[in-house]
Design a protein around this ligand. Structure first.
Ligand code: ZN
Length: 218
């Protein structure tokens, strides 16, 4: 797990946003290999094992996604275009089988990548160009702060209303969400384009006044 991800991690328990405190046992430069993550608000604890941050046990394998019709290169070209992010410091979030395109995507766009729930075995991050992919196994609520990623791509298995709401929550304003055509459009995004395979939507910006009024931070 990329050490810089720590700033963006939040306890996934249903309470006010809380940073996680890390106790590092083993690291390789910027990569955390073995660590414990603890929430000072509720006491929840999570582990980093083998570089993978485990917010829940690895999901039971599902039907593998069909391979891209025209190969990884074409698939990554298309995904890069749909995500609309060429460079910049803000990460791209690939979810489920979308992580399979991560290495090819890294040859085309430079942002860091965070991989949620990659299929087993986890695709190897490429060495050239080097990609410091952060790998997380997550449950229904994603352990990420709001508005931290530049773009999100979700696969069929994560095209649920709950996962798409999380995707919309973690997107920066103007950031794009790519999802299968059958997926419901979550609140907080507007559709840009769709075909019979997938749609692309854009995060519409800061929370509405109504949501702001419900915040209880002093
Ligand atoms: Zn907590």
């Amino acid at each position: 797990m990329d050490r810089t991800l720590l700033d963006a991690l939040r306890c996934p328990a249903p309470h006010a946003d809380a940073w996680l405190v890390a106790v590092v046992h083993a690291a390789d430069g910027p990569r955390l290999l073995e660590a414990e993550l603890a929430c000072p608000a509720c006491g929840a604890a999570f582990a980093v094992r083998g570089g993978v941050a485990r917010f829940q046990e690895p999901p039971v394998p599902r039907e593998p996604a069909p391979p891209p019709v025209a190969g990884h290169g074409h698939h990554a070209d298309r995904l890069a275009a749909l995500l609309g992010v060429a460079d910049g410091p803000h990460p791209v979030l690939l979810v489920g089988t979308r992580t399979v395109a991560g290495a090819a995507l890294a040859e085309r766009v430079t942002p860091p990548q965070w991989w949620l729930n990659p299929p087993a075995p986890v695709p190897a991050p490429p060495a050239d160009p080097p990609l410091l992919a952060a790998v997380l196994h997550v449950g229904v609520r994603w352990p990420l702060a709001p508005r931290v990623v530049a773009a999100v791509a979700v696969d069929e298995a994560h095209a649920t209303p709950e996962a798409l709401a999380e995707a919309a929550r973690v997107l920066r304003p103007g950031g794009r969400l790519v999802a299968p055509a059958s997926a419901p459009l979550p609140a907080g995004v507007r559709e840009l384009v769709r075909d019979d395979v997938e749609w692309v939507a854009e995060a519409t910006g800061p929370a509405s006044g109504l949501v702001a009024l419900r915040r209880r931070h002093p």
